[in-house]
Ligand binder design. Structure first.
Ligand SMILES: *Cc1c(COP(=O)(O)O)cnc(C)c1O
Length: 429
């Protein structure tokens, strides 16, 4: 699909039927695959031939969808995972071992923060968390000889900071490590991080890519641009023999375009088994077919609602990267010229309880922990995801007690605004 626009890739990328093949992506609902001889299958086990033998490692349905996402991001190879959590874990663990160090931005999704700060720390990998507004001195000082990657989100969930991708890519490359960007909220429709210097992109496909709240999933895409061999001493897993595959060297056998994803499939999927199911991949592909249309509507609705809220007397503040007076506006114009996402956050002057009461009065947006769905949804972090924290602790982690997070769906903007207006009136009465 090279040379085609993103819209065409959304609809037709990945599965390219041959003469007489099904027009729609087939769900290959099979754990295993049949071979005429043991020798043929042995070649697959040794990575000497490509093909399918067991769906824990690879499955044709999943590979078709991964190929579509790779094309959307402009990458050379991709793999689906069972969740966004698995994608971020694999993306880092593929190049960092016990005793290594990774730098991540402090604004990343709470689930990823916990994965890094608690679970991967137990595995012996140390993380330094940096503010996205850190000084050059702070950024430079964070790198250590054993640093293996820099990690951030294009649009932070839920803080909505926009990543200065060029700045962090430059810093990472100056220290011989890749920049990994979680592009979940922007999607390749609104930002293609590889064009700004990122090396690896991850996704929770659970969000906009699926877009209908029906299948948890993740994806990792490699740009093929990072030269592991120039920093061979830092990345021995890619540049020295893998004894579990008869001494094969990933960068030699698969080149820069394929080494990283092949290693993640051959080692991490083999050993940790976080494959996406073919059925989920099929649903994800249906979602991707309309991603370009849905993102435009999510963004238009969010901007219209954010502008309405800004003028409303009951609202103390609104954060949305598309608002001209938003602190992220200039970065959003640079990196997200087609739009940012459908998620906005705002505070009610009447405080914490009013935020909860307001959400109860909404009839279109449902109260959910989910975001990035065709159906609008909302959340009051102070009484749900962050309920164990005091008001002072909430403020310290950037979540005001009166904050409402609203994920605008693809319903009509007029209806969403009217619903929010009646809910604000109802709590004032
Ligand atoms: C939801 C989310 C994740 C985790 O993805 P799951 O599919 O829920 O495992 C990771 N990163 C971001 C930015 C997310 O929004």
């Amino acid at each position: 699909m090279s040379g085609h626009s993103l819209s065409t890739i959304c609809v037709q990328g990945g599965w390219r039927p041959k003469n007489g093949d099904p027009r729609q992506l087939p769900i290959v609902q099979s754990t295993t695959f049949k071979y005429d001889s043991g020798e043929l299958m042995a070649k697959l086990f040794d990575l000497e031939a490509s093909g399918y033998f067991y769906s824990r490692l690879q499955n044709p349905t999943c590979d078709s969808v991964a190929a579509k996402i790779a094309a959307l991001e402009g990458g050379t190879a991709a793999m689906l995972t069972s969740s966004g959590q698995a994608a971020n874990f694999f993306a880092v663990f593929n190049i960092a071992n016990a005793g290594d160090h990774v730098i991540a931005l402090s604004t990343i999704y709470g689930g990823t923060y916990n994965l890094f700060a608690v679970t991967m720390k137990k595995m012996g990998i140390e993380f330094t968390f940096l503010s996205p507004d850190c000084s050059t001195e702070e950024l430079e000082a964070a790198f250590r000889p054993n640093t293996k990657a820099l990690f951030g989100e294009t649009i932070a969930n839920p803080a909505l900071n926009v990543l200065d991708i060029e700045r962090f890519a430059k810093a990472a490359h100056a220290h011989g490590v890749p920049l990994i960007v979680d592009n979940t909220f922007a999607t390749p429709v609104n930002c293609r991080p590889f064009e700004w210097g990122a090396d690896i992109v991850t996704h929770s496909t659970t969000k906009y890519m699926d877009g209908h709240g029906c299948a948890v999933g993740g994806c990792i895409v490699d740009s093929g641009n990072f030269d592991w061999t120039v920093h061979a001493e830092k990345f021995p897993g890619l540049t020295t023999p893998d004894e579990s595959y008869h001494g094969l060297v990933y960068t030699e056998r698969f080149g820069l375009s394929g080494a990283y994803i092949t290693k993640a499939t051959a080692q991490l999927m083999r050993d940790l088994g976080s494959a996406q199911s073919p059925q989920s991949a099929y649903l994800l592909n249906l979602g991707l077919e309309s991603l370009h249309l849905r993102m435009a509507q999510h963004c238009a609705n969010a901007l219209a609602l954010a502008q309405f809220l800004q003028k409303h007397p009951a609202v103390s503040w609104v954060r949305y990267p598309g608002l001209e007076d938003d602190p992220e506006y200039d970065r959003a114009r640079k990196y997200l010229s087609r739009g940012s996402c459908g998620v906005i956050s705002f505070g009610l002057k009447a405080g914490r309880q009013a935020a909860q009461d307001f959400m109860q009065k909404l009839t279109i947006a449902a109260i959910e922990t989910h975001v990035a769905d065709a159906r609008s949804c909302c959340l009051h972090p102070a009484s749900t995801t962050h309920r164990q924290l005091s008001d002072e602790e909430l403020v310290a982690c950037g979540i005001a007690p009166e904050l409402v997070r609203l994920s605008c769906g693809i319903e009509s903007a007029e209806d969403l605004i009217a619903d929010v207006a009646q809910a604000l009136d109802a709590i004032a009465a």
